[in-house]
Structure formats: structure tokens, C-alpha cells
Design a protein around this ligand. Structure first.
Ligand SMILES: *Cc1c(COP(=O)(O)O)cnc(C)c1O
Length: 381
């Protein structure tokens, strides 16, 4: 079924870290005849969708499965941590940013025994310290970290962390929400037991659908672990799907239609070409910022290639709000940072955009600086 686009929707270029700019075909894929999601027709759609989600990260369907949830991306972190920890065991969170801090908070809310192994937000974790912690705490059964810390844009060495987790017999869960379907991932080579994302990020669809891709054998084993949540239990959702082909509770119907269209567009573009496009966008963002004299937070070669975190200039006329509003009125959305100690804003390379959009953005951004009286190149003390 090809999607008809009856009219062009106003195009906004979203440079925030998700939801991302979508194509009109994905937008209009949501406009379907009303359907009860308990119908077999809808179940059939979800089966193909679940397999595609595993294939994107090169998972072997005999070994990996995907489980869908209705919610934003945080639901995945919640589900993985509360469902995959055996009785009497401990979680190790390797924490160098806002999203791993969120995982720590989830552990606190569920009362899960955990170690918050903290590193500075602008640095990669020290792997020797990770190994030492694993060695000294044989009760760690689950290691969790974030692939691309979206608050700063730092890329964490998940393959190495996964290898360490496995060396000490722990399950490795990774928050790949801001890399999945953008930066290529291979669950097996990257030592990933569970990864996760939401439809509105790399897949360029809409909010409401989140999913976990992980090892079927571990999910089955977790049937005997303590049940700490009713709505957010991984085994329960998996098992219901396997037995009935449906989500346990009402799925986000329209978002699922849009995601199926987004997956078609994903395969048509191709993993390599899509990553090359995001990289072009990322490089164009850096070029634009460099030209205006902006500094960024994370070392270039440690950035995940999807988020640039730029530091506010020391110019009395600089106002993020004013610059934001000027750009927003012209169809470009920029986003504040998420680092408590440094004032930053973010420009992200997600979504159905290309380098031409970034060049257009920088014309508007430059005008915003000029009209608000910010000196260019920008000044730092
Ligand atoms: C976007 C994002 C999430 C999910 O955040 P929600 O606000 O729940 O959608 C989780 N982890 C990372 C790394 C993200 O970038």
C-alpha cells in the first residue's frame, strides 16, 4: 500500500534531540480506517514490525526478539531494570550523563540494590574502574549504560563495557534510544543483551511506541525474577505477545501504522546511506558553529555524531530564548542543554533532514545573532 499525501504539511526542521522531523508519507500513514487493534489484521502488522526492529540491529531472530510498549523512551529503561534483576542481585549503572542518571533514579524508585558508578559528563567511563567494580562485587547481575548520552552527545564504548559485563557473568542493557536506526549497531558484535529505542527518534516516526530488542532466553529466564511492576514487566509483555500476537494493553495504533511506513523508508534508504546522511548533517552543524566561533563541550573524536552541545558565549547580549524564538518562528527548533554545570544548547542530527537544511538554518541563526546584537565571531572569556 503506497501512502497518498493529500497536501504538503508545513515543514519544520527539528534540531532538538527527538521527536524528529518526519516525512509527509510517515505523517499520512497514520490516516487509516478505524480498526480495533485486537483484530488479526492488526496483529499481523505487529509481527512484521517486531521482526524489523530486531533486524535493524542485526539480531538473529533465533536469538533476539523485540517487545513493544506504549510509552515514551523512558519506559524501556524502567522495564529493563525492574524486570531483569534476579532476587538478591545488584545493578551497576555506568553513569556519565543525564540518561544514565535517570536509570539510577529508576533503581532508587524500585528500591533495587545498585551501584552508581559516576564519571564526569564530558568524559568516557574509565574501563579499569568498571572492571574493578565488577570484580569486587560478584553480586552484580545487570550492567546498564547509555550509548549516546543525549545531554552532551558523548559516545560510550559499549562493546568494551559489554565484554566486561559478560566476563563477570552479568547481563548488559544499553540505552540506545539516541543511536538506534542511525549509528549502526550490531547486537552480537557489540556484546548487547538488551537495547532499546522509541519510534520518534532514529526511525523518524511518532511518539507513543517504544521497544526493547533483547535475548529471548534471558527474557524467558526472567519469568522467575521478582515482579516489581504490573504495567512495565518485560516477561509479561513478551509472553502475551507470543501467545496472542497482541500487546497486553491497548497499543498506540496510529503510531504503529506510521512506524511501519517509517521502516519501509528506513530499508529503502539503507543503513549505510542513512548514517552517511546523519553524518553530513552533523558535519554541517559543526561547520556552521565553527564559523561563528562557538565552542562545544565534548572532544570531537568522542562525539557520537548525532548531538552537538555548544557552550553559551560570554556576550551580555546572548539570550538563548531570543535566539530560539527567532529561529522557531522561521521553522527551526533549537534546544537547551542538559548539563548542570555549564550553560549549553544543543543541535541534533536526527530526523528526515539533510545538510541543505543545516545551511538554511545557519542563515537564520546568524540573523538571530545579528538582530539580538551578539558579536560574531562569538566571544569567550
Ligand atoms: C530520548 C531519550 C530517552 C527517552 O526519553 P523520553 O523523554 O522518555 O522519550 C531515553 N534515553 C535517551 C538516551 C534518549 O535520548
Amino acid at each position: 500500500m503506497s501512502i497518498k499525501v493529500p497536501y504538503e504539511v508545513k515543514r519544520n526542521v527539528l534540531l532538538n534531540p527527538g521527536p524528529s522531523t518526519t516525512t509527509d508519507t510517515v505523517k499520512f500513514a497514520q490516516i487509516v480506517p478505524d480498526i480495533c487493534p485486537r483484530e488479526a489484521e492488526f496483529g499481523g502488522l505487529m509481527k512484521g514490525l517486531r521482526e524489523d526492529l530486531v533486524k535493524i540491529v542485526h539480531g538473529d531472530l533465533n536469538e533476539y526478539t523485540s517487545v513493544l510498549f506504549c510509552g515514551s523512551g523512558t519506559i524501556n529503561i524502567d522495564v529493563c531494570l525492574n524486570s531483569l534483576l534476579p532476587e538478591g542481585k545488584k545493578v551497576l549503572v555506568i553513569n556519565n550523563g543525564a540518561y544514565s542518571t535517570r536509570a539510577v533514579e529508576i533503581c532508587e524508585y524500585y528500591g533495587l540494590p545498585h551501584i552508581d558508578l559516576k564519571f564526569p559528563v564530558d568524559q568516557r567511563p574509565d574501563l579499569d574502574l568498571v572492571e574493578k567494580t565488577l570484580r569486587e562485587n560478584p553480586d552484580i547481575a545487570l550492567v546498564h549504560t547509555t550509548h549516546n548520552e543525549t545531554g552532551t552527545g558523548i559516545l560510550n564504548p559499549i562493546r568494551e563495557i559489554g565484554a566486561l559485563a559478560h566476563k563477570y557473568d552479568a547481563v548488559f542493557t544499553v540505552d540506545t534510544t539516541s543511536t538506534y536506526a542511525m549509528r549502526p549497531i550490531d547486537v552480537s558484535k557489540d556484546n548487547i543483551d538488551f537495547c532499546m529505542a522509541s519510534a520518534q527518534k532514529g526511525l523518524m516516526a511518532f511518539t507513543g511506541l517504544s521497544f526493547i530488542v533483547g535475548k529471548t532466553a534471558i527474557i524467558k529466564e526472567s519469568a522467575n525474577y521478582p515482579k516489581r511492576s504490573y504495567y512495565c514487566n518485560l516477561f509479561m509483555q513478551y509472553d502475551f505477545f507470543e501467545r496472542t500476537g497482541e500487546m497486553h494493553f491497548t497499543p498506540p495504533v496510529q503510531t504503529i501504522y506510521a512506524t511501519i511506513q517509517a521502516l519501509k523508508e528506513y530499508w529503502a534508504e539503507g543503513e549505510e546511506a542513512k548514517w552517511a546522511r546523519h553524518t553530513r548533517v552533523f558535519n554541517a552543524i559543526h561547520e556552521g558553529l565553527d564559523e561563528l566561533g562557538f565552542k562545544d563541550v565534548i572532544k570531537r573524536d568522542e562525539q557520537a555524531g548525532l548531538v552537538v552541545s555548544a557552550i553559551y558565549p560570554d556576550d551580555p547580549n546572548w539570550s538563548f530564548e531570543k535566539v530560539h524564538d527567532y529561529c522557531y518562528e522561521r521553522g527551526f527548533t533549537i534546544y537547551p542543554g542538559k548539563i548542570s554545570t555549564t550553560n549549553t544548547f544543543r543541535l541534533c542530527a536526527l530526523g528526515a533532514i539533510d545538510e541543505g537544511d543545516i545551511r538554511d538554518f545557519f542563515k537564520v541563526f546568524r540573523e538571530a545573532l545579528d538582530t539580538t546584537g551578539v558579536t560574531v565571531p562569538v566571544m569567550y572569556k
